[in-house]
Write a protein that binds this ligand. Structure first.
Ligand code: GLU
Length: 447
């Protein structure tokens, strides 16, 4: 059987088996088709039927999360943990608390996470979890009660050598604290490496909050180097205003670039001269006060707020989507193309639709996928696990230097594969991430 035919057949099977799970199917289709030239030259993967094996999650856990709101009413949410692939290490990946969370998004995120984690070169498998719980406008006590109820079920599935969650959308330091505190009580033991993104006081890593955004910026620097440019004075459009966006804004501003937009679902702010350091820091305050919106931020600093539009309509040098899957579609991509943007680098997980990616690649706009560019977050999580195992904490400089090296290495690996198989950087990243997982599955025999 030829590679193309084998890949098509594997995708068809995924579509039948996972009916209605559109985002998961989208992610699988993107990764599998990008492997064509690689599998053509390495037919042993066809003999091993590796594709059908690699798209099946090892374990999918769905559970009930009842919790009491401040009015004494019992609410019910649904909790998830998908342990997608564990050949490289304990399952690793964040927890997302967001109304869009369902089995489909959990499967797509844990599938992507598997290849992302492989790219880091660190010993971590791929997983993801979360709940359709919406933390917006919830009181601190409600969030605590929810986290405790969530952990009442999750704790039996996780462990420092088993499955290690962390944060994602809607889950930051505060929630991680409640989750870890409750896990510790349930287990009666200080299993420090069971969760990452912890506060420094109780085993967190320096630079973990900044890591995703810093890593993305280091990755962008490598992409710029390739076209003979630097980040100094570049205009950068960012979407979102959460943890990832904040890290990108902080590092880009520090290195002399200009962040001209950040956004929320219903609009964005435009700052032609670039956000100041003070404005970037205030994003943290905004994020932790869910009753505030970006419009309030714009009013506080007297900035232009454009309602009902996306930041991609602006003429900038670099576009960095930092919000959520499929936020940047074909129409946005057309605007980006017309604006002669130099680089598109994903910081969120799969923010560009397949049609948008196709447009960038067919017009030779350097484009990097989230699974390569945003791997700095989970990489520093893996470094947090190392520090927990050693019962020791590195300095910020030590962690940052390691992060920088890891990001350069991911760029190199992706580029090497893209050159070897004559494909785009994004496809090169897929090949590099896939190869390590697939080869290890074969080595371990039964996976
Ligand atoms: N949620 C982040 C991601 O998408 C970080 C996961 C982690 O640190 O385990 O990669």
């Amino acid at each position: 059987m030829k590679a193309e035919e084998y890949i098509k057949e594997a995708i068809e099977k995924v579509k039948v088996k996972n009916k209605g799970e559109e985002t998961f199917i989208q992610a699988v289709e993107e990764v599998l088709t990008s492997l064509t030239p690689f599998i053509e030259q390495n037919p042993q993967y066809i003999e091993n039927n590796i594709l059908e094996r690699i798209v099946e999650p090892e374990r999918q856990i769905i559970f009930k999360v009842p919790w009491e709101d401040d009015n004494g009413k019992i609410q019910v949410n649904r909790g998830f943990r998908v342990e997608f692939n564990g050949v490289l290490g304990p399952y690793k990946g964040g927890l997302r608390f967001h109304p869009s969370v369902a089995l489909d998004s959990m499967k797509f995120l844990s599938f992507e996470q598997t290849f992302k984690n492989s790219l880091t070169g660190l010993p971590i498998g791929g997983g993801k979890g979360g709940s359709d719980f919406n933390p917006i406008n919830k009181s601190d006590r409600e969030i605590k009660r929810f986290c405790e109820s969530f952990m009442n079920e999750l704790y039996r599935h996780i462990g420092p050598d088993k499955d290690v969650p962390a944060g994602d959308i809607g889950v930051s330091g505060k929630e991680i604290g409640y989750l870890f505190g409750h896990y510790r009580r349930l287990k009666g033991a200080y299993e420090n490496g069971v969760i990452t993104g912890k506060g420094f006081n109780y085993g967190g890593s320096r630079i973990r909050p900044e890591a995703t955004g810093y890593g993305v910026t280091y990755f962008v620097q490598e992409m710029l180097k390739d076209i003979g440019e630097t980040i100094v004075d570049k205009k950068v459009a960012v979407s979102g205003y959460g943890n990832v966006a904040w890290g990108v804004c902080k590092k880009v501003t520090e290195l002399g670039g200009k962040i001209v937009t950040i956004s929320e679902k219903d609009g964005y702010i435009y700052v032609p001269e670039g956000l100041t350091e003070e404005q970037v820091e205030y994003m943290l305050y905004l994020r932790s006060h869910t009753e505030l919106t970006l419009k309030d931020y714009a009013d506080k600093f007297n900035l232009e707020y454009i309602a009902g539009k996306k930041p991609w309509e602006r003429k900038v040098d670099i576009v960095i989507p930092c919000a959520i899957q499929n936020e940047l579609n074909l129409d946005d991509a057309k605007e980006i193309l017309a604006n002669q943007v130099k680089i598109v680098c994903e910081a969120a997980n799969m923010p560009c639709t397949p049609e948008a990616i196709e447009l960038f690649e067919s017009n030779n706009i350097p484009y990097a996928p989230g699974k390569a560019a945003n791997a700095g977050g989970v990489a520093v999580s893996a470094l947090e696990m190392s520090q927990n195992s050693m019962r020791y904490q590195w300095t910020a400089e030590e962690v940052d230097a390691k992060l920088h090296e890891i990001m350069k290495d991911i760029y190199e690996k992706s580029k090497e594969m893209s050159e070897k198989y004559n494909v785009s950087l994004a496809k090169g990243a897929n090949i590099a991430g896939f190869k390590k997982v697939a080869d290890t599955m074969i080595m371990q025999g039964n996976y």
